[in-house]
Ligand binder design. Structure first.
Ligand code: SF4
Ligand code: SF4
Length: 393
């Protein structure tokens, strides 16, 4: 019989009583060597016990999924918008189908106030084919609360809910939900919770954001599963923080540990493009508290990144710009350009903003947007830089 330390046993017992389970490393039962999922939590009322660390998009090799699943990751997030991602997942999924909870999403521009039930069901069938499966565990509305895709009327289209009902009847989906990190995240996710539309929500949250707690409390009360995203604010920017040079891995892990230790969410999806990242992030699975070193890393990161980082779900500067510049969108495209290594995508997205609303006007503006920012983001400077990076002119 495997020996388990008294401390590990007591910790596991206490967490099981709270609804979550800490898995001692030597009892995980998973075959891969190296870091594994160490903690399971109920995903709302879905009946699924989800690992505390889950897989976000970005994999281009099915072998990365295979490694993730062998290490105990049992929820993955995909979507029609991540071109090619459903296909890659579909190569790895059949072998693991009953052990992995798949979150998928319709392409955001498809979901309009006029989209029909037939069009949504047709798109669902395309995704099922790409995923190489007969069902999706949770079908979500993608990126609600983003003005660029329209207002709340798009998610109030009855065709969505008729399509979901029909797909459930046909056993093509099991649960429904929505994702958001847009400026109207709290309003639109809140509408869906109030109107009993969602079983699971996927929202932006990290150690630099605040304000999601009441929404999460409401979701929990209704038994809605909660998933965090955008929890790794650092990406490559930690390389530019003097105090963190040489400690990039630990600093990224500290960001992840913050969301795990906060216990705000049932799980968190993280982009894991390769085997190294899978191992790096799973090394902190099971975290329930931060160390002094973690707090030091987060303080350094907050001081360096805080004034540069536009928080997901914030609309503090909305309505202040005389030129109607979509500030959160432009700043996010700059983040894609600088920190995600997605220069082409960032430039293409910026080009979709009408010329009169681009950040060319910011250089000569006294920046009422910046005065309105509760986080002290250097908004004007960031926008001027964004225009420089993203403008093809
Ligand atoms: S700096 Fe001026 S022009 Fe630019 S977004 Fe802010 S208010 Fe608008
Ligand atoms: S710039 Fe500041 S106020 Fe505006 S959305 Fe971003 S974090 Fe919020």
């Amino acid at each position: 019989m495997t020996k388990v330390s008294r401390r590990a046993f007591l910790q596991a017992s206490a967490m099981a009583a709270a609804g979550s389970t800490l898995i001692p490393a030597d009892l995980s039962g998973q075959s891969a060597a190296g870091p594994k999922v160490r903690r399971l939590k109920p995903l709302g009322k879905t009946g699924w016990k989800v690992g505390d660390v889950s897989g976000g998009s970005d994999q281009t090799d099915p072998a990365v999924f295979e490694d993730m699943f062998q290490r105990g990751i049992n929820l993955v997030d995909t979507g029609a918008q991540y071109v090619g991602h459903e296909d890659v997942l579909g190569k790895a999924l059949p072998k693991w189908r009953d052990k992995v909870f798949v979150v998928d999403k319709w392409d955001p521009p498809l979901v309009t106030p006029k989209v029909t039930k037939a069009a949504l069901l047709e798109a669902l069938d395309v995704s099922l084919k790409r995923l190489n499966t007969t069902y999706i565990d949770c079908m979500m509305l993608h990126s609600i609360g983003h003005p660029r895709y329209g207002g709340i009327e798009r998610i109030q289209n009855p065709a969505i809910y008729e399509a979901w009902d029909e797909a459930k009847r046909l056993k093509k989906i099991r649960f429904t939900g929505a994702s958001s990190h847009g400026p109207r995240m709290l309003d639109e996710i809140g509408w869906g919770i109030d109107n009993n539309r969602f079983d699971v929500i996927l929202i932006g949250s990290n150690f630099l954001t605040h304000g999601v707690e009441p929404l999460l409390k409401k979701a929990r009360t209704k038994g809605i599963g909660t998933i965090a995203m955008k929890s790794m604010t650092l990406y490559q920017s930690d390389l530019n923080i003097r105090g963190l040079q040489g400690k990039e891995t630990n600093a990224r892990q500290a960001c992840l540990k913050w969301i795990l230790a906060s216990d705000l969410f049932d799980t968190v999806v993280i982009r894991m493009p390769n085997l190294d990242k899978v191992a790096e992030y799973l090394a902190v699975s099971g975290t329930t508290r931060l160390t002094t070193q973690d707090r030091g890393h987060l303080q350094l990161a907050a001081a360096a990144i805080g004034p540069l980082y536009c928080r997901p779900g914030c609309r503090g500067c909305e309505g202040t710009c005389p030129c109607d510049v979509p500030v959160p969108d432009v700043l996010r495209y700059r983040m894609y350009f600088e920190h995600y290594g997605e220069q082409k995508r960032a430039i293409q997205k910026y080009a979709q903003i009408p010329v009169s609303q681009r950040a060319s006007a910011c250089a000569d503006c006294d920046a009422p947007c910046e005065r309105a920012c509760p986080y002290g983001v250097r908004v004007r400077e960031r926008l001027v830089g964004a225009h420089g990076h993203l403008s093809l002119a």
